[in-house]
Design a protein around this ligand. Structure first.
Ligand code: ZN
Ligand code: ZN
Length: 274
């Protein structure tokens, strides 16, 4: 089966995206997409600049549902959310959930792993005496626990902690100790049957030249029998397929001869040859 163009990871003006639901759909159609999933940042009680409010969530669900009807026959629209570990959002109205960790607990507060670099640096020094490997360990423990307990359909940007690791500031991703941490997390998550996204959002916005996760992690995921889905983590309509050629080549390099996409019919996922 030939390639299906799609993305399950799209943010709109209901959270921190810059384009509307319909602008995203029109761009997806322009790019030849056959399905598209919206994944608004789920409601949370803190750092509300990024997430949907309860009122925005209701409007988001209404609009995506209306657009699904409006564009039926041209593109299949799915209603999802990107749910942070610390979100309180309910799963029930959604077709699928992307489970992500954007924050680590800092006492009663939260520190972003992919946000303000100074805040993360401060946290690493206070909590781990500046030991970046310990910071990585904390992050991977959090994502693997979340995925194993909550069982989202999709695992969001596995190694997003790389975003603030410029110049190997915290850890060297080639080091055996880092790779061992990632390997343990992957082994734990494999039993959840969640699909790993290959997320090009860090290439569009974070200055990275490879998707999340890195090739070695994808290779291990492949060996563990895990499935993958290409995702653009899109925040503006023009970026709907940003980095997709690179993303597909990394998936191939990891050993896959196929990937999943959001379905064009009634099944949430569909498989295609790459
Ligand atoms: Zn995210
Ligand atoms: Zn996202």
């Amino acid at each position: 089966m030939s390639r299906i163009l799609s993305s399950p990871h799209v943010h709109t003006t209901y959270c921190d995206g810059l384009s509307s639901v319909e602008e995203m759909i029109l761009s997806a159609l322009d790019h030849g997409f056959e399905s598209l999933g919206f994944s608004g940042h789920a409601c949370q009680n803190f750092d509300k600049r990024y997430s949907m409010t309860a009122a925005a969530e209701r409007a988001y669900i209404r609009e995506v549902t209306a657009m699904r009807r409006k564009y039926a026959g041209r593109i299949t629209i799915w209603l999802g959310m990107e749910r942070d570990q610390w979100s309180y959002a309910q799963r029930e109205p959604y077709d699928y959930v992307i489970g992500s960790v954007h924050y680590l607990r800092d006492g009663q507060a939260y520190v972003t792993v992919d946000g303000d670099p100074a805040a993360l640096d401060d946290y690493c020094h206070r909590r781990f005496d500046g030991d970046g490997i310990a910071l990585a360990g904390e992050y991977y423990r959090a994502i693997s626990e979340y995925v194993c307990q909550y069982k989202p359909e999709i695992i969001g940007h596995l190694d997003v902690i790389r975003k603030n690791n410029t110049g190997s500031k915290y850890f060297n991703t080639l080091s055996p100790v880092y790779r061992e941490i990632v390997q343990k997390a992957l082994e734990a998550m494999a039993s959840s049957k969640a699909v790993m996204e290959v997320n090009t959002g860090g290439m569009a916005r974070g200055g990275l030249d490879t998707p999340y996760p890195e090739l070695f992690a994808l290779r291990q995921w492949h060996k563990l029998g895990g499935e993958v889905i290409l995702a653009s983590d899109c925040h503006k309509a023009d970026d709907i397929a940003f980095g997709y050629e690179k993303g597909l080549s990394v998936i191939r390099e990891a050993g896959y001869d196929h990937a999943l996409a959001l379905g064009r019919g009634c099944s949430l996922f569909e498989r295609y040859q790459i």
